[in-house]
Ligand binder design. Structure first.
Ligand SMILES: *Cc1c(COP(=O)(O)O)cnc(C)c1O
Length: 401
């Protein structure tokens, strides 16, 4: 039996047809008014999705690059920063801060739990030498989504920096309303774009702190990025991933056409489906079963089943690419990504394939139990409401340029 490839990891994510087609865009010179118009339009759409009026700087780099730009552009050696760490990405930002010579203070929560904002608030109150706080929005290593609205509220006296790599476009985020100074994200998660582009929004307060920052930077220099944006023909200081910008623009156009509230509702439903499916086959969920955890869903594996082996078997037998765990969860969990260009039937296919694979591996699943639980979610009233959306038109072609 032939099975179609189904990409169900929390980045990179499947490309909508018009985003894939954008990859065939003929090359252009980015230093032209025509490209500048597209580019500034893309930044405008990003601002809408981020909920900000702040500057948004775009980088040709994976999201870690944009995050590095924030560290290098905001601090002096020895500056004290607070990192809220509840998983693999919190760990990454603590390690990056130390690599740049920052004095990193951490508040940790166990993997699978949310960051504790009241502990972070107490730490900030007790230590006025802390200059900034860093929090991950969706901690992709576990699927836990942190309360970024609360994070914004407790960081009014310091700079707030948020990693929304996998959160943006899957989970609610309102940069200005929540008082976030720097929000870092990228294209390859819920924004449905091939990897290689990342961005940071920068508040007035962050620009002021940037003016005092002395850490070395060059490629990622925010002043250079701002100057290039302010030129008579707005651009990036260095050659950007031109084709990726065209693709990101197509993806953001789709996202805004679906409507951000609809997009978020769809992800809530996808999260419910994944949780119901996994629980239905009696796997224990890693993160709390909450609507907010709508980007990726993780579950522990039964004893004697290796995550790596299961992930590989699932891909080889049924074409469904999910992923395993990292750090303390290596080989112990599986993660199903359901962010971006994903619909309910994709999740049900992944659940069904997972049941089949567990069955093949000798784990006593009742075939169909996971899918049945998921279908139950799909037919419930709440979901019917969320489902009333314009049908995807399969014949829609990108406009010729
Ligand atoms: C994917 C992801 C990143 C970025 O990783 P890159 O490989 O550098 O693009 C950062 N933070 C989180 C939470 C992520 O999910």
């Amino acid at each position: 039996m032939m099975y179609k490839p189904r990409l169900m990891v929390p980045g990179p994510t499947p490309l909508p047809p018009e985003v894939a087609a954008a990859g065939t865009f003929p090359m252009v010179d980015e230093r032209t008014p025509e490209f500048a118009e597209l580019f500034t339009g893309t930044l405008g759409k990003l601002r809408q999705v981020l909920g900000t009026k702040n500057d948004v700087l775009l980088f040709t780099a994976s999201i870690t690059g944009a995050f590095e730009s924030a560290v290098a552009n905001l601090f002096r050696p020895g500056d004290r920063v607070l990192v809220l760490n509840n998983g693999g990405f919190g760990e990454r930002w603590a390690a990056m801060g130390r690599a740049f010579g920052l004095d990193v203070v951490e508040i940790t929560a166990p993997w699978g739990e949310e960051n504790d904002m009241s502990r972070a608030a107490a730490q900030l109150a007790a230590d006025p030498s802390i200059r900034a706080a860093i929090c991950v929005h969706c901690e992709t290593s576990t699927g836990v989504v942190n309360d970024i609205e609360q994070f914004g509220a407790i960081t009014s006296s310091v700079l707030s920096i948020v990693d929304t790599a996998s959160g943006l476009g899957a989970c609610d985020l309102r940069a200005d309303e929540w008082g976030l100074d720097v929000v870092v994200g990228g294209g390859q998660k819920a924004l449905m774009t091939p990897p290689g582009l990342s961005f940071a929004s920068v508040s007035e307060r962050a620009w002021r702190q940037h003016a005092t920052a002395t850490l070395p930077r060059y490629y990622f220099d925010w002043s250079a990025a701002r100057d290039a944006l302010g030129a008579s023909i707005p651009r990036t200081p260095w050659t950007p991933g031109i084709g990726l910008i065209v693709a990101l623009d197509a993806a953001l156009t789709r996202l805004l056409a679906e409507g951000l509230p609809n997009v978020l509702k769809r992800h809530v439903v996808l999260g419910r489906l994944a949780r119901a499916g996994l629980a239905g086959m009696r796997l224990e969920l890693v993160a709390p079963a909450r609507d907010g955890n709508s980007c990726v869903t993780a579950a522990y594996l039964p004893d004697g089943i290796s995550g790596e082996h299961l992930v590989r078997q699932l891909a080889q037998r049924y074409g469904v690419q999910i992923t395993g765990g990292t750090g303390p969860f290596a080989d112990r969990i599986i993660r199903i990504g359901h962010c971006g260009y994903v619909d309910a039937l994709d999740v049900i296919a992944a659940i069904t394939a997972l049941e089949l694979t567990l069955h093949d591996l000798g784990y006593p699943v009742q075939l169909g139990a996971g899918a049945a639980s998921a279908l139950q979610v799909l037919t419930s009233n709440a979901v019917r409401q969320a489902r009333k959306q314009p049908r995807e038109r399969t014949m829609k072609c990108p406009a010729p340029t």
